[in-house]
Design a protein around this ligand. Structure first.
Ligand SMILES: NC(=O)C1=CN([C@@H]2O[C@H](COP(=O)(O)OP(=O)(O)OC[C@H]3O[C@@H](n4cnc5c(N)ncnc54)[C@H](OP(=O)(O)O)[C@@H]3O)[C@@H](O)[C@H]2O)[C@@H](O)CC1
Ligand SMILES: Nc1ncnc2c1ncn2[C@@H]1O[C@H](COP(=O)(O)OP(=O)(O)O)[C@@H](O)[C@H]1O
Length: 283
């Protein structure tokens, strides 16, 4: 029997894709969008900074890390081109985020699993902006306790690894091991694009055909099996969403460029190296 994985088209970069990633001579930074990355508690901000660096390198015009005021020193000591936008009280979070006027938001990388963090996920979803929903935000959405508002935004992307996807759709794992079917199931449930991570990354969306972004032709992409590489991928996606890319295109392009960055760096790659390889890959 032919497997669905074998029938699913494999993403290929075209000249149009490459051209779409360039910046035009006439435009200024605000034309390339503002990406906001929500950071977790003090001392746990590395994942958000990795995502922010990815968003900036992929061409978002402005990038902000949104954090509690007690985490400012941690972020400010390590960020220059990326802005730090602190809020003082948890009650201010949603207004503060709205005030930044982002075109796209990344939430989840080391956000934290407290009930306060869950409230932040709900408040962020309520804004209805294009989002990249990763890591702890997926775990909060999987929690069967107090329900969060649905994602249900075709311009958002959820980016689970297998552990996170199991939490989100545990019942589906009892009926199939087909990664494409699982990603489609999640996309239908979430109402947004789902990028299911792995050497063959599946990008699915509700009511449309899925795509596989494959690393099989690369020699060194398995070096992506390192802490924080998924956080950078979330940043790539958020940066492209801020630039105005369609969510499905943003997910496919980000996954492809992520593999190409690993290939370009080669053995010894760690997460901080990934965004720094983008200029070479884009050239
Ligand atoms: N620099 C930083 O600050 C960094 C911060 N980080 C932050 O840490 C937080 C926790 O994130 P996390 O992914 O490490 O843990 P969690 O959500 O518990 O999932 C792990 C469970 O899932 C399962 N599993 C199955 N398949 C899997 C797969 N393909 N890949 C991975 N896991 C897989 C696995 O089961 P196993 O396969 O081992 O049986 C295990 O039981 C999160 O906020 C993240 O952003 C990290 O990004 C690192 C850099
Ligand atoms: N062996 C591998 N080959 C190719 N890509 C991989 C491999 N292992 C992991 N990756 C990629 O690296 C990223 C890891 O993401 P994730 O597990 O969320 O890491 P983290 O939470 O540490 O940031 C995903 O994009 C995944 O597709």
């Amino acid at each position: 029997m032919t497997r669905l994985e074998d029938q699913t088209p494999v993403f290929e970069m075209t000249d149009t894709h490459w051209r779409s990633l360039q910046k035009s001579g006439a435009a200024h930074k605000h034309r390339y969008g503002h990406a906001a990355v929500i950071a977790g508690p003090f001392g746990q901000g590395g994942a958000a900074r990795l995502a922010a660096r990815g968003a900036l390198r992929i061409g978002a015009g402005l990038v902000s890390v949104v954090c509690r005021s007690d985490a400012v020193a941690e972020h400010a000591a390590q960020l220059n081109a990326i802005m730090v936008k602190p809020y003082t009280q948890d009650g201010e979070f949603q207004d503060h985020l709205t005030g930044i006027k982002p075109q796209a938001i990344c939430i989840g990388p080391n956000l934290g699993l407290s009930s306060g963090n869950k409230t932040q996920v709900g408040q962020t979803l309520t804004l209805g902006l294009p989002m990249c929903i990763d890591a702890d935000a997926i775990t909060h959405l999987s929690d069967r306790g107090d329900p969060l508002p649905g994602i249900s935004n075709p311009q958002s992307v959820m980016t689970p690894h297998e552990g996170e996807l199991r939490r989100f759709i545990p019942e589906a794992f009892n009926t199939t091991s087909c990664r494409v079917t699982l990603a489609q199931h999640a996309a239908k449930k979430a109402g947004c694009v789902v990028l299911f991570k792995g050497p063959d990354t599946v990008v699915a969306r509700p009511a449309h055909a899925p795509m596989i972004v494959s690393s099989k032709r690369f020699q060194h992409s398995s070096w992506l099996a390192t802490a924080g590489s998924g956080d950078v991928l979330s940043g790539f996606i958020t940066g492209l969403l801020a630039r105005g890319f369609d969510a499905f295109d943003a997910a496919c392009l980000a996954a492809e460029l992520h593999f190409r960055c690993a290939e370009a760096f080669g053995p010894g790659l760690i997460a901080v190296d990934i965004p720094e390889m983008l200029p070479k890959v884009l050239r």
